[in-house]
Design a protein around this ligand. Sequence first.
Ligand SMILES: [Zn+2]
Ligand SMILES: [Zn+2]
Ligand SMILES: [Zn+2]
Ligand SMILES: [Zn+2]
Ligand SMILES: [Zn+2]
Length: 373
Amino acid sequence: MSDAREDDALIDALPDADILKALSRHVARGGGPAIGGARLRHVKRRQLLRSQVVRFTERRHETPRTAFGTEDLSALPLYEGTITDHPLPVPEGPGRLTLIRAGSYRPVPCPCDNGQQRCAGCSGSGGHACTCRNEPPPCDVCLDVAPCAQCAKTGGRRTRTTKARPAATGPDATAPGARPITCAVCGTPEAACPRCAGRGRIRCPHCAGRGRETCARCSGRGVGTHDVCGGKGSLTHWVEGTVEYAHETASLSLPRPYWPDKVRERLTAAARWQPRDVPPGGAVPPGVDGEHRAAVAAHLARGRVELSRRVTLETCPLARVELTDDPNRVFHVFPGACGLVVVSTLSDRLKRRLVAAGAVIIIVLALILWLVG
Ligand SMILES: [Zn+2]
Ligand SMILES: [Zn+2]
Ligand SMILES: [Zn+2]
Ligand SMILES: [Zn+2]
Ligand SMILES: [Zn+2]
Protein backbone atom coordinates (compact mmCIF):
# COMPACT_ATOMS: atom_id res chain seq x y z
CA MET A 1 0.00 0.00 0.00
CA SER A 2 2.87 2.34 0.75
CA ASP A 3 3.96 1.99 -2.89
CA ALA A 4 0.53 3.03 -4.13
CA ARG A 5 0.57 6.15 -1.97
CA GLU A 6 4.06 6.94 -3.20
CA ASP A 7 2.79 6.68 -6.79
CA ASP A 8 -0.09 9.03 -6.04
CA ALA A 9 2.41 11.53 -4.70
CA LEU A 10 4.38 11.26 -7.95
CA ILE A 11 1.34 11.79 -10.13
CA ASP A 12 0.70 14.94 -8.09
CA ALA A 13 4.26 16.09 -8.65
CA LEU A 14 2.99 18.34 -11.45
CA PRO A 15 -0.29 19.79 -10.15
CA ASP A 16 -2.75 21.13 -12.76
CA ALA A 17 -2.56 24.65 -11.32
CA ASP A 18 1.25 24.79 -11.73
CA ILE A 19 1.02 23.38 -15.25
CA LEU A 20 -1.55 26.02 -16.24
CA LYS A 21 0.63 28.80 -14.78
CA ALA A 22 3.69 27.56 -16.69
CA LEU A 23 1.68 27.27 -19.91
CA SER A 24 0.40 30.86 -19.54
CA ARG A 25 3.94 32.16 -19.16
CA HIS A 26 5.11 30.07 -22.12
CA VAL A 27 2.36 31.29 -24.45
CA ALA A 28 2.72 34.94 -23.35
CA ARG A 29 6.49 34.82 -23.98
CA GLY A 30 5.84 33.54 -27.49
CA GLY A 31 3.53 36.51 -28.13
CA GLY A 32 0.52 34.23 -28.29
CA PRO A 33 -2.91 35.00 -26.92
CA ALA A 34 -3.41 34.65 -23.19
CA ILE A 35 -4.76 31.29 -22.22
CA GLY A 36 -6.12 32.30 -18.87
CA GLY A 37 -9.55 31.14 -19.82
CA ALA A 38 -8.37 27.97 -21.44
CA ARG A 39 -9.17 24.72 -19.78
CA LEU A 40 -6.80 21.74 -19.71
CA ARG A 41 -8.41 19.33 -22.12
CA HIS A 42 -6.17 16.36 -21.46
CA VAL A 43 -3.18 15.86 -19.15
CA LYS A 44 -1.18 12.62 -19.28
CA ARG A 45 1.56 12.18 -16.68
CA ARG A 46 4.44 9.75 -16.92
CA GLN A 47 7.46 9.27 -14.72
CA LEU A 48 10.75 9.32 -16.63
CA LEU A 49 13.48 7.18 -15.16
CA ARG A 50 17.11 6.68 -16.00
CA SER A 51 19.58 4.44 -14.24
CA GLN A 52 23.05 3.06 -14.68
CA VAL A 53 24.65 0.14 -12.86
CA VAL A 54 28.42 -0.33 -13.17
CA ARG A 55 29.15 -3.80 -11.84
CA PHE A 56 32.64 -4.90 -10.88
CA THR A 57 32.60 -8.54 -11.94
CA GLU A 58 34.81 -11.56 -11.49
CA ARG A 59 34.76 -14.53 -13.86
CA ARG A 60 36.77 -17.71 -13.29
CA HIS A 61 37.55 -20.41 -15.84
CA GLU A 62 39.57 -23.62 -15.84
CA THR A 63 41.05 -24.94 -19.12
CA PRO A 64 43.23 -28.00 -19.90
CA ARG A 65 46.22 -26.74 -21.89
CA THR A 66 48.86 -28.41 -24.07
CA ALA A 67 52.00 -26.82 -25.49
CA PHE A 68 54.61 -28.04 -27.97
CA GLY A 69 57.93 -28.83 -26.33
CA THR A 70 58.77 -27.96 -22.73
CA GLU A 71 56.90 -24.93 -21.38
CA ASP A 72 58.38 -23.00 -18.48
CA LEU A 73 55.46 -22.05 -16.23
CA SER A 74 57.46 -21.63 -13.00
CA ALA A 75 56.64 -17.91 -12.81
CA LEU A 76 52.87 -18.50 -12.59
CA PRO A 77 51.13 -18.86 -9.20
CA LEU A 78 49.58 -22.20 -8.21
CA TYR A 79 46.13 -23.04 -6.87
CA GLU A 80 44.84 -26.16 -5.13
CA GLY A 81 41.61 -27.93 -6.10
CA THR A 82 39.32 -25.92 -8.37
CA ILE A 83 39.87 -22.31 -9.40
CA THR A 84 36.36 -21.29 -8.25
CA ASP A 85 37.24 -22.14 -4.61
CA HIS A 86 40.68 -20.56 -4.64
CA PRO A 87 40.83 -17.56 -2.28
CA LEU A 88 42.11 -14.37 -3.92
CA PRO A 89 42.25 -10.74 -2.77
CA VAL A 90 39.84 -8.47 -4.67
CA PRO A 91 41.89 -6.14 -6.88
CA GLU A 92 41.36 -2.39 -7.29
CA GLY A 93 40.37 -2.52 -10.94
CA PRO A 94 39.94 -4.63 -14.08
CA GLY A 95 42.57 -7.19 -15.02
CA ARG A 96 43.31 -10.84 -15.65
CA LEU A 97 45.13 -13.45 -13.57
CA THR A 98 46.56 -16.71 -14.88
CA LEU A 99 47.28 -19.58 -12.47
CA ILE A 100 48.32 -23.24 -12.68
CA ARG A 101 46.52 -26.01 -10.84
CA ALA A 102 49.00 -27.59 -8.43
CA GLY A 103 50.15 -31.04 -9.64
CA SER A 104 48.77 -30.63 -13.16
CA TYR A 105 52.11 -29.71 -14.80
CA ARG A 106 53.22 -32.73 -16.86
CA PRO A 107 55.98 -32.68 -19.51
CA VAL A 108 55.85 -35.83 -21.70
CA PRO A 109 58.06 -37.08 -24.55
CA CYS A 110 56.32 -37.52 -27.92
CA PRO A 111 56.46 -41.05 -29.42
CA CYS A 112 57.86 -39.68 -32.69
CA ASP A 113 61.44 -39.50 -33.94
CA ASN A 114 62.59 -36.33 -32.16
CA GLY A 115 59.88 -34.21 -33.78
CA GLN A 116 60.14 -35.89 -37.18
CA GLN A 117 57.91 -38.56 -38.64
CA ARG A 118 57.73 -40.51 -41.87
CA CYS A 119 55.93 -38.39 -44.47
CA ALA A 120 52.29 -39.43 -44.59
CA GLY A 121 51.98 -38.15 -48.18
CA CYS A 122 54.49 -40.57 -49.69
CA SER A 123 54.94 -43.15 -46.89
CA GLY A 124 58.56 -42.01 -46.65
CA SER A 125 59.45 -42.80 -50.26
CA GLY A 126 59.81 -39.13 -51.27
CA GLY A 127 57.69 -39.42 -54.41
CA HIS A 128 54.60 -40.70 -56.17
CA ALA A 129 54.04 -42.64 -59.40
CA CYS A 130 52.95 -40.17 -62.11
CA THR A 131 49.61 -40.74 -63.84
CA CYS A 132 51.50 -40.82 -67.18
CA ARG A 133 53.15 -44.10 -66.25
CA ASN A 134 50.72 -46.34 -68.14
CA GLU A 135 50.32 -44.06 -71.14
CA PRO A 136 51.94 -40.75 -72.07
CA PRO A 137 49.45 -37.88 -72.38
CA PRO A 138 47.86 -37.27 -75.81
CA CYS A 139 49.24 -34.50 -78.02
CA ASP A 140 47.45 -31.22 -77.21
CA VAL A 141 47.50 -30.07 -80.89
CA CYS A 142 46.23 -33.11 -82.82
CA LEU A 143 44.59 -34.61 -79.68
CA ASP A 144 45.83 -38.04 -80.86
CA VAL A 145 43.07 -38.05 -83.48
CA ALA A 146 45.02 -37.30 -86.71
CA PRO A 147 48.74 -37.15 -85.85
CA CYS A 148 49.75 -38.04 -89.45
CA ALA A 149 47.77 -37.88 -92.72
CA GLN A 150 49.71 -40.76 -94.29
CA CYS A 151 49.45 -43.08 -91.24
CA ALA A 152 45.70 -42.47 -91.16
CA LYS A 153 45.37 -43.25 -94.88
CA THR A 154 47.43 -46.43 -94.99
CA GLY A 155 46.61 -47.60 -91.52
CA GLY A 156 50.40 -47.67 -91.22
CA ARG A 157 51.74 -49.16 -88.09
CA ARG A 158 52.07 -46.48 -85.57
CA THR A 159 54.39 -47.72 -82.93
CA ARG A 160 52.81 -45.51 -80.38
CA THR A 161 54.42 -47.36 -77.53
CA THR A 162 57.76 -45.91 -78.57
CA LYS A 163 58.86 -43.32 -76.09
CA ALA A 164 57.12 -40.01 -76.40
CA ARG A 165 59.74 -37.39 -77.17
CA PRO A 166 59.66 -33.87 -75.82
CA ALA A 167 56.97 -32.08 -77.79
CA ALA A 168 58.05 -29.35 -80.19
CA THR A 169 57.02 -25.95 -78.90
CA GLY A 170 56.68 -22.45 -80.33
CA PRO A 171 54.19 -20.98 -82.82
CA ASP A 172 55.53 -23.17 -85.67
CA ALA A 173 54.36 -26.28 -83.84
CA THR A 174 51.28 -25.12 -81.91
CA ALA A 175 49.64 -22.40 -84.08
CA PRO A 176 46.44 -23.48 -85.84
CA GLY A 177 47.29 -24.37 -89.43
CA ALA A 178 51.03 -24.85 -88.72
CA ARG A 179 52.81 -26.68 -91.53
CA PRO A 180 52.90 -30.49 -91.24
CA ILE A 181 56.33 -32.06 -90.80
CA THR A 182 57.99 -35.37 -91.58
CA CYS A 183 56.29 -38.23 -89.70
CA ALA A 184 58.50 -39.96 -87.14
CA VAL A 185 56.41 -43.14 -87.42
CA CYS A 186 56.04 -43.71 -91.18
CA GLY A 187 58.66 -41.28 -92.51
CA THR A 188 56.31 -39.42 -94.91
CA PRO A 189 57.42 -35.79 -95.40
CA GLU A 190 54.98 -32.94 -94.67
CA ALA A 191 52.32 -35.33 -93.34
CA ALA A 192 52.57 -35.26 -89.54
CA CYS A 193 51.44 -33.01 -86.67
CA PRO A 194 54.21 -30.43 -86.10
CA ARG A 195 54.01 -30.84 -82.32
CA CYS A 196 54.21 -34.60 -81.87
CA ALA A 197 55.67 -35.51 -85.32
CA GLY A 198 52.96 -38.12 -85.85
CA ARG A 199 53.45 -39.91 -82.52
CA GLY A 200 50.11 -38.68 -81.15
CA ARG A 201 51.61 -38.51 -77.67
CA ILE A 202 53.86 -36.03 -75.94
CA ARG A 203 56.24 -36.28 -73.04
CA CYS A 204 54.47 -35.79 -69.67
CA PRO A 205 54.98 -32.18 -68.52
CA HIS A 206 54.52 -33.10 -64.81
CA CYS A 207 57.44 -35.48 -64.50
CA ALA A 208 59.35 -34.76 -67.72
CA GLY A 209 58.63 -38.36 -68.76
CA ARG A 210 60.31 -39.90 -65.72
CA GLY A 211 57.03 -41.51 -64.59
CA ARG A 212 57.56 -40.34 -61.00
CA GLU A 213 56.68 -37.10 -59.22
CA THR A 214 58.48 -35.63 -56.22
CA CYS A 215 56.29 -35.58 -53.07
CA ALA A 216 55.13 -31.98 -52.58
CA ARG A 217 54.51 -32.47 -48.85
CA CYS A 218 58.07 -33.41 -47.88
CA SER A 219 59.89 -32.05 -50.99
CA GLY A 220 61.17 -35.57 -51.61
CA ARG A 221 62.85 -35.95 -48.18
CA GLY A 222 60.51 -38.75 -47.07
CA VAL A 223 60.23 -37.30 -43.52
CA GLY A 224 58.30 -34.33 -42.18
CA THR A 225 57.56 -32.36 -39.03
CA HIS A 226 55.37 -34.25 -36.56
CA ASP A 227 52.14 -32.19 -36.26
CA VAL A 228 51.23 -33.49 -32.80
CA CYS A 229 54.33 -32.04 -31.11
CA GLY A 230 54.98 -29.26 -33.61
CA GLY A 231 58.37 -30.84 -34.36
CA LYS A 232 59.58 -30.40 -30.75
CA GLY A 233 59.65 -34.09 -29.83
CA SER A 234 57.84 -33.46 -26.53
CA LEU A 235 54.64 -31.96 -25.08
CA THR A 236 53.64 -30.20 -21.88
CA HIS A 237 50.17 -30.63 -20.33
CA TRP A 238 48.71 -28.56 -17.49
CA VAL A 239 45.44 -27.13 -16.20
CA GLU A 240 45.20 -23.35 -16.36
CA GLY A 241 42.91 -21.28 -14.17
CA THR A 242 42.04 -17.75 -15.28
CA VAL A 243 40.32 -15.02 -13.29
CA GLU A 244 39.04 -11.93 -15.11
CA TYR A 245 37.95 -8.72 -13.39
CA ALA A 246 35.94 -6.16 -15.38
CA HIS A 247 33.61 -3.19 -15.10
CA GLU A 248 30.31 -3.96 -16.84
CA THR A 249 27.85 -1.14 -17.45
CA ALA A 250 24.09 -1.59 -17.80
CA SER A 251 21.87 1.38 -18.64
CA LEU A 252 18.11 1.73 -18.35
CA SER A 253 15.85 4.48 -19.69
CA LEU A 254 12.08 4.35 -19.05
CA PRO A 255 9.60 4.52 -20.53
CA ARG A 256 10.85 3.80 -24.03
CA PRO A 257 10.83 7.32 -25.53
CA TYR A 258 7.40 8.10 -26.87
CA TRP A 259 7.96 11.86 -27.06
CA PRO A 260 9.44 13.81 -30.01
CA ASP A 261 13.18 14.44 -30.41
CA LYS A 262 12.75 18.13 -29.60
CA VAL A 263 11.37 17.21 -26.17
CA ARG A 264 14.07 14.62 -25.55
CA GLU A 265 16.83 17.15 -26.23
CA ARG A 266 15.34 19.63 -23.79
CA LEU A 267 14.84 16.89 -21.21
CA THR A 268 18.51 16.00 -21.41
CA ALA A 269 19.65 19.62 -21.26
CA ALA A 270 17.18 21.31 -18.94
CA ALA A 271 15.24 18.80 -16.83
CA ARG A 272 15.81 18.62 -13.10
CA TRP A 273 16.29 14.92 -12.48
CA GLN A 274 15.78 13.73 -8.93
CA PRO A 275 18.40 11.26 -7.68
CA ARG A 276 17.07 8.25 -5.77
CA ASP A 277 19.12 6.21 -3.30
CA VAL A 278 19.28 2.54 -4.23
CA PRO A 279 19.72 0.21 -1.21
CA PRO A 280 22.96 -1.85 -1.27
CA GLY A 281 20.99 -5.08 -1.82
CA GLY A 282 19.63 -3.76 -5.11
CA ALA A 283 15.98 -3.34 -4.03
CA VAL A 284 13.81 -0.97 -6.07
CA PRO A 285 13.91 2.35 -4.19
CA PRO A 286 10.71 4.05 -3.02
CA GLY A 287 9.57 6.76 -5.42
CA VAL A 288 9.84 4.62 -8.55
CA ASP A 289 6.52 4.58 -10.40
CA GLY A 290 4.50 1.35 -10.35
CA GLU A 291 4.70 0.89 -14.13
CA HIS A 292 8.52 0.83 -13.95
CA ARG A 293 9.11 -1.32 -10.86
CA ALA A 294 9.41 -4.71 -12.61
CA ALA A 295 11.89 -3.40 -15.19
CA VAL A 296 13.90 -1.57 -12.52
CA ALA A 297 13.97 -4.70 -10.31
CA ALA A 298 15.43 -6.73 -13.21
CA HIS A 299 17.93 -3.95 -13.97
CA LEU A 300 19.14 -3.74 -10.35
CA ALA A 301 19.20 -7.50 -9.67
CA ARG A 302 22.46 -8.71 -8.23
CA GLY A 303 24.68 -10.41 -10.83
CA ARG A 304 26.06 -13.88 -10.17
CA VAL A 305 29.68 -12.75 -10.68
CA GLU A 306 29.28 -9.31 -9.16
CA LEU A 307 31.77 -8.20 -6.49
CA SER A 308 30.64 -4.60 -6.08
CA ARG A 309 28.66 -1.93 -7.93
CA ARG A 310 28.08 1.76 -8.48
CA VAL A 311 24.46 2.72 -9.09
CA THR A 312 22.76 5.94 -10.14
CA LEU A 313 18.99 6.19 -10.49
CA GLU A 314 17.09 9.39 -11.27
CA THR A 315 13.47 10.23 -12.00
CA CYS A 316 11.66 13.18 -13.50
CA PRO A 317 7.91 13.73 -13.95
CA LEU A 318 6.66 14.68 -17.43
CA ALA A 319 3.16 15.88 -18.33
CA ARG A 320 1.77 15.87 -21.87
CA VAL A 321 -0.90 18.55 -22.07
CA GLU A 322 -3.57 19.41 -24.63
CA LEU A 323 -5.61 22.61 -24.35
CA THR A 324 -9.27 22.94 -25.29
CA ASP A 325 -8.79 26.14 -27.32
CA ASP A 326 -5.41 25.24 -28.89
CA PRO A 327 -5.93 21.98 -30.78
CA ASN A 328 -2.85 22.44 -32.98
CA ARG A 329 -0.23 22.12 -30.26
CA VAL A 330 0.84 19.64 -27.60
CA PHE A 331 2.72 20.88 -24.55
CA HIS A 332 5.30 18.85 -22.65
CA VAL A 333 5.85 20.11 -19.12
CA PHE A 334 8.62 19.03 -16.74
CA PRO A 335 10.59 20.55 -13.86
CA GLY A 336 13.75 22.48 -14.77
CA ALA A 337 16.36 24.35 -12.76
CA CYS A 338 13.98 27.29 -12.11
CA GLY A 339 10.39 26.20 -12.31
CA LEU A 340 8.54 24.20 -14.88
CA VAL A 341 9.84 23.98 -18.47
CA VAL A 342 7.38 23.89 -21.37
CA VAL A 343 8.21 22.48 -24.81
CA SER A 344 5.49 22.71 -27.43
CA THR A 345 5.22 20.51 -30.52
CA LEU A 346 2.68 20.25 -33.31
CA SER A 347 -0.32 18.12 -32.44
CA ASP A 348 -1.01 14.96 -34.44
CA ARG A 349 -4.23 16.61 -35.60
CA LEU A 350 -2.34 19.62 -37.06
CA LYS A 351 0.24 17.32 -38.68
CA ARG A 352 -2.56 15.38 -40.36
CA ARG A 353 -4.15 18.62 -41.56
CA LEU A 354 -0.82 19.93 -42.93
CA VAL A 355 -0.30 16.71 -44.83
CA ALA A 356 -3.86 16.90 -46.20
CA ALA A 357 -3.38 20.57 -47.14
CA GLY A 358 -0.14 19.72 -48.93
CA ALA A 359 -1.94 17.02 -50.90
CA VAL A 360 -4.70 19.47 -51.88
CA ILE A 361 -2.13 22.04 -53.07
CA ILE A 362 -0.42 19.45 -55.23
CA ILE A 363 -3.73 18.36 -56.76
CA VAL A 364 -4.70 21.99 -57.52
CA LEU A 365 -1.27 22.70 -59.08
CA ALA A 366 -1.55 19.56 -61.20
CA LEU A 367 -5.03 20.63 -62.29
CA ILE A 368 -3.81 24.14 -63.25
CA LEU A 369 -0.89 22.69 -65.22
CA TRP A 370 -3.27 20.31 -66.97
CA LEU A 371 -5.68 23.14 -67.86
CA VAL A 372 -2.86 25.42 -69.06
CA GLY A 373 -1.32 22.57 -71.04
ZN1 LIG B 1 56.46 -37.12 -48.78
ZN1 LIG C 1 52.95 -41.24 -90.47
ZN1 LIG D 1 50.25 -34.08 -82.51
ZN1 LIG E 1 54.38 -37.96 -65.82
ZN1 LIG F 1 56.12 -35.79 -32.06
